[in-house]
Design a protein around this ligand. Structure first.
Ligand SMILES: N[C@@H](CCC(=O)N[C@@H](CS)C(=O)NCC(=O)O)C(=O)O
Length: 207
């Protein structure tokens, strides 16, 4: 199986962590030009996004479907809590807000990279949105995580929350000082070998 993405991408790191936890071997194919308008450069992703997974059964777009496929293909018997298993509002909301914040971060980073100034009204709104999510997560993420089945090996919520927090710091989008609860969660999760093996880094000098 081949995963198209970048080591600096939070949406790509999620399936890389799942692959490591499920002990699935992946060939990692780097996407060189993020501004390309050719879907082939994104492993065939029609929306020109990463990640994309290539398997014998076809192409898989998006981090959640890719993680599902990786776990389904593995013999590891990994017990995973998926977003649809989140029955309590606090946990379902946490997942929704983590996914929203990740997309907001992409908008902020892509805007900055393409010369949009920080005082652009859309960038201002995205930043306020991100701050609102972070404040909510700081107050509620631990309560959300406490609702997860204790016998799980992993949850999509934990992995995506971890990737969001580390990525905010890595891309210097937000300082994490105001979020001690989230920092403590990320510190604990970062001890996992799957997290250590997938640390964010820039694959190219331009990021
Ligand atoms: N819903 C998609 C989102 C993917 C996404 O936004 N990926 C970012 C990188 S982390 C990307 O491709 N950015 C390039 C762009 O938006 O042009 C997923 O879950 O994989």
């Amino acid at each position: 199986m081949q995963l198209y993405g970048r080591s600096s991408s939070h949406f790509t790191r999620i399936p890389r962590i799942f692959a490591a936890e499920a002990k699935v071997e992946l060939d990692f194919v780097l996407i060189r030009d993020l501004m390309s308008v050719n879907a082939d450069d994104f492993g065939g992703h029609p929306a020109l996004k990463m990640p994309t997974l290539h398997t014998d059964s076809g192409l898989w777009y998006g981090s959640l479907p890719i993680c599902r496929e990786l776990v389904a293909c593995s013999d590891s018997g990994l017990v995973v809590v998926w977003p649809e298993d989140l029955a309590r509002p606090v946990a379902a909301n946490a997942q929704e807000l983590v996914s929203t914040a990740m997309a907001t971060e992409v908008g902020l980073i892509m805007g900055k990279a393409s010369g949009v100034t920080a005082d652009n009204p859309q960038q201002v709104k995205m930043r306020v949105s991100l701050l609102g999510v972070m404040e909510w997560l700081e107050r509620n993420a631990n309560r959300a995580l406490a609702t997860l089945a204790p016998d799980r090996d992993l949850s999509f919520l934990e992995v995506s929350l971890f990737c969001l927090i580390e990525h905010l710091q890595f891309r210097e989008v937000l300082a994490l000082d105001p979020y001690p609860q989230l920092r403590a969660f990320a510190q604990l999760f970062s001890e996992r070998s799957s997290a250590k093996a997938t640390a964010f880094k820039f694959d190219f000098p331009t990021g």
